[in-house]
Ligand binder design. Structure first.
Ligand SMILES: Nc1nc2c(ncn2[C@@H]2O[C@H](COP(=O)(O)OP(=O)(O)O)[C@@H](O)[C@H]2O)c(=O)[nH]1
Ligand SMILES: [Mg+2]
Length: 305
């Protein structure tokens, strides 16, 4: 393994191979990577972090590819991270993404990375953020993170993005409705993709109705609902506008603070757990909790004392 600081220098200088190797080191939590974090974040250029989530098959990868083409036309260098935590072994979804991203494989100004493994860095969400930081240091902006909007960590990734795009499609079944309710809360921009199919307008109306009822609970302006056809190219330019336009909103102090608060709480939990689990009395404490000698909350306080 090459010197990590050397890889970072190479990545910042625009060497894709250095960036790719640095990302592998991050995913593997390679020795020395934690020590590199301050200089990695210091090398950041402030790229717009865009989360794209939604049910499988809604067209997220196709949409990301179409958006990348749109941003390239606008002279942007685009970073893409495709997260597939559900299938570390069967990489079907990721292979599909790779094929769709082939459109950009000859373009040095589009950088695509797939993450299939659960990163060590304190979980997938943490690893994803460090990966995004490295791609930012390499000068890509925006950086799009695609996740399947089903599990906790995916929603968490979406929550920590500056701008979160939730992708739906027409004719979604009941189980998708449940996912939808949770996802609506994190959406800054909503997309009904596959607008070339029947029922798209109806789906958009339904979403707008759901958003206006949710509005009572969440004191904020409801996000826009846009119609796109990722395969046909309709609505892509308007979507890029909406995402770009949200950047300044996402950087209002309150919003930035709310994201930082979430990131810090999570990092704190990971750091405390790591520290406690490395203590000599960890195993004995686990045993004591297992046999009900001590409650877990008191045990945790003692481990941190
Ligand atoms: N008709 C139609 N099909 C689409 C559209 N966007 C994506 N698809 C298709 O939907 C399927 C799933 O797309 P994919 O991007 O892999 O979805 P993901 O799982 O959300 O990433 C593929 O067969 C795409 O070609 C669209 O706008 N219209
Ligand atoms: Mg996909």
């Amino acid at each position: 393994m090459a010197d990590l600081a050397e890889l970072l220098r190479g990545a910042v200088a625009g060497e894709r191979r250095s960036l790719a190797r640095l990302l592998t080191a991050i995913e593997n939590d390679a020795p020395g990577i934690r020590e590199l974090l301050p200089s990695l974040f210091a090398a950041g250029r402030g790229a717009h972090l865009v989360g794209i989530t939604g049910p499988p098959g809604s067209g997220k990868s196709t949409l990301v590819s179409a958006l990348a083409a749109e941003w390239r036309r606008r002279g942007r260098r685009v970073g893409i991270v495709a997260v597939d935590p559900s299938s570390p072994h069967t990489r079907g979804a990721i292979m599909g993404d790779r094929i769709r991203m082939m459109d950009h494989s000859a373009d040095p100004d589009v950088f695509v990375r797939s993450m299939a493994s659960r990163g060590q860095m304190g979980g997938l969400a943490a690893a994803t953020w460090v990966v995004a930081a490295a791609i930012d240091a390499a000068g890509y902006d925006p950086i799009v993170i695609e996740t399947v909007g089903a599990g906790q960590s995916e929603v968490e990734i979406a929550r920590l993005a500056e701008t979160t795009v939730v992708v739906e499609m027409p004719e979604a079944g009941d189980e998708v409705q449940a996912i939808k309710a949770g996802l609506l809360e994190v959406a800054d921009v909503l997309v009904v993709n596959k607008a070339d199919r029947p029922g798209a307008d109806r789906a958009a109306r339904q979403l707008r109705a759901m958003l206006s009822t949710a509005g009572g609970r969440v004191a904020r302006k409801p996000p826009p609902v846009l119609l796109t056809s990722a395969t046909g190219g309709e609505g892509i330019s308007a979507l890029a506008e909406a995402i770009d336009g949200h950047r300044s909103v996402a950087r209002l102090p309150d919003q930035a603070r709310a994201r930082a608060d979430g990131q810090l709480r999570r990092a704190l939990g990971e750091a405390a757990t790591r520290r406690a689990a490395s203590r000599a009395d960890w195993t004995a404490t686990v045993e004591a909790v297992a046999t009900h000698e001590i409650d877990p909350i008191t045990a945790a306080e003692r481990l941190l004392a």
